[in-house]
Write a new protein. Structure first.
Length: 70
């Protein structure tokens, strides 16, 4: 990341991989993350959920299901 910044190169992250809109297409640096970006945290009695970028919506709904939330 430091080198990309120094070289003024754009960086695109590919995480969950569910998009069909081409966000994982880049003319420069593509960073493909692994399973280490899938943490989550349920907050405020499940009124909020904090997700890392590797968590897709379906998985978030599974985490919220015990609270009867989506």
């Amino acid at each position: 990341m430091q080198e990309a910044q120094k070289q003024k190169l754009p960086v695109t992250f590919r995480v969950a991989g569910t998009s069909l809109a081409g966000q994982a297409v880049s003319d420069s640096l593509l960073v493909i993350t692994g399973d280490h970006w899938k943490a989550y945290e349920i907050l405020d009695d499940a009124k909020k959920i904090r997700l890392q970028p590797g968590v897709i919506g379906g998985r978030a709904n599974i985490y919220l299901a015990p609270y009867h939330k989506k």
